[in-house]
Design a protein around this ligand. Structure first.
Ligand code: GSH
Length: 206
């Protein structure tokens, strides 16, 4: 797939999902960096390059633009082993991806953002941080339980659900302040993903 461009926010897990997928698939792309609060981000929104007002936004060779990180993952993975063929496994993959957006990202990523971005620091009240810690542990416990009996989140090999969940889970300790020693199955899964060929880290910006 030649001629792909990605408008992405370097520090964001949602954008990182797509950078990781593109790297795993060995696809070249132009990276347009739009960090939080930057003029580049404002320009991307104003110019229509981020039509849903958020990043990532993947620009396809024919000029069409795709928004929403998990939808982009599903698009890029078509015809590869990252998207299970079996209908039930595909549905299980989607259920973990909806879980990621509805229950995981709004807690794990939000707590990390309150600790990371200075302009959000005033929202990090002790009560809010404590609530996000408790609810985050409950979300991580669901993943931990699943990984007690499964190597991956759907099917017998890594799927886009693993990429979606990996993005904010692998920094839940360092950025979010969660004690990840409580979750040995998650830690082993994080290591499995990081050991895969063509892996790139959050800070490996093209
Ligand atoms: N559900 C969306 C969320 C995207 C999103 O919230 N992006 C944030 C960065 S993590 C963003 O673009 N923020 C810029 C802004 O709101 O101005 C996805 O998964 O792509």
């Amino acid at each position: 797939m030649a001629g792909l461009s990605l408008f992405s926010m370097p520090s964001s897990g949602n954008s990182y999902k797509v950078r990781l997928m593109l790297s795993f698939l060995g696809l070249n792309y132009e990276h347009i960096s739009c960090e939080n609060g930057s003029d580049a981000l404002a320009d991307a929104k104003a110019s229509g390059n981020a039509p849903m007002g958020k990043l990532p936004a993947l620009h396809l060779p024919d000029g069409q633009i795709l928004s929403e990180s998990n939808a982009i993952l599903c698009y890029l993975a078509q015809g590869t082993s990252w998207l299970p063929d079996d209908g039930l496994e595909q549905a299980r993959m989607l259920s973990w991806m909806f879980f990621e957006q509805n229950r995981h990202e709004p807690i794990i990523a939000v707590r990390a953002s309150l600790r990371t971005y200075p302009e959000r620091a005033h929202l990090a009240t002790p009560a809010r941080m404590a609530e996000l810690l408790d609810s985050g542990y409950a979300v991580l416990a669901l993943m931990e339980d699943h990984l007690a009996d499964n190597t991956w989140f759907a099917g017998q090999q890594a799927s886009v659900a693993d990429i979606a969940l990996y993005a904010y889970t692998h920094t839940a300790g360092s950025r979010g302040g969660y004690d990840m020693t409580r979750f040995p199955n998650i830690s082993a899964w994080v290591s499995r993903i990081a050991a895969m060929p063509n892996y790139v880290g959050l800070d490996d910006i093209p």
